[in-house]
Design a protein around this ligand. Sequence first.
Ligand SMILES: C[S@@+](CC[C@H](N)C(=O)[O-])C[C@H]1O[C@@H](n2cnc3c(N)ncnc32)[C@H](O)[C@@H]1O
Length: 406
Amino acid sequence: MRPSAQFRSAQEILETLVSSEMSLKVLINWGRQNRFAGSKDRRKIRDIVYYCLRNKRYLLHRWSNKESKGDGRNLVLSFLYDHYHNDHLTDFNIFFGSRDFDLQLLSDTERNILSNKSLKREAIREDPVKYSYPDFLDKSLKRSLGKDFSKIMELFLKRASVFIRANKIKISTKDLTSKLKAEGFEIEPQIKNRDALKVLNASNKLKLSKHFSEGLFEFQDLGSQQVVNNIVVKEGMSILDFCAGGGGKSLALASHFSNNIELYAYDLNSSRLKPFKIRAKRACAKIKFLDDRMLFGKSFDAVIVDAPCSGSGTWRRDPFTKWNLTLSEINKLTEIQYSILNQVASYVNKSGLIFYITCSLLDEENGEVISRFLKNNNDYCLEREQFISPLEGGDGFFLSILKKNK
Ligand SMILES: C[S@@+](CC[C@H](N)C(=O)[O-])C[C@H]1O[C@@H](n2cnc3c(N)ncnc32)[C@H](O)[C@@H]1O
């Protein structure tokens, strides 16, 4: 596809996303309906769409109260202008054309709006516009992130890096690195996290590598790996992953302990465990899956609660969630988080631990839920709390470790 057609496609996808359904399904459906588009075109279109969603408010800001031919067009025009207009190597005109499937030529009004310097990011005063997030989260984000607010929000406008985790049940991180490098992948070790590797090129081809189907590694964000490194348990302990979902945390634990750990997995929505079971088989991870009947009456030395949350720590990777979030949704989530904690409290052995995890930046879902739980459960005390900042390279995570006294 020519650039003008790629940008026209991105415009149409964004139009649907902004005006009717903010969901990954829109991109998937576009792919199904436009099979002529090759994999490179799809990747390019996806990158444009994701960038525009991450930066939506800022990119649309210059168009307010001015001539508008729709949000989809405004988003891609702002994107193009910011990326290529001053790039002397690219002829700006290649992005436009007059055929039906081209991005339509710029009007004079559009050209004037785009070149207005006072509308550039540096000149914007309102943080929710500059850093593109909903107004209602302004106070909460500032309160939760403190002095790192601007740095984190700025980082969240850019694309996330791709990380994998060596599966120590099958291979060492060093040997995996050599194997992947021999296949042409550029791999960067992570000093603070021995099992994590950053993939610098061709990450889309990694899933096709035989090393992936052989279970030598898994895709897992750095922040998610870091949070698991802080789950301090010992060999021989029984551990329940209560919100197991796709199994990211359990698989990392099984790998870390080379299966020398008694690991159980449960999820309220048992269908969410299906991909986990496939991943566990591929990794040769020893995990016992429990249903409600099997869980009844059992107790464990540690329970991991990777709670359903706003996902605000993963906005770079999933910018759709940023625009779907509402205040009432956050309130609903905090009630669910609190009720899950109360539920698991009875599954913990004496002197046992609860590891409460979210991938949220917001204090409402993190420290506040823990404070409320501790206030009403005096048999528990706080051992340690940790925020894994996106400034460390991965998604943002919160971890609170609670100990049962009685
Ligand atoms: C953040 S996801 C878990 C991600 C997973 N641990 C991972 O690392 O891939 C939260 C999970 O909690 C589950 N869940 C929601 N409400 C629950 C409840 N009341 N009890 C148990 N699981 C619940 C959801 O089905 C979802 O799979």
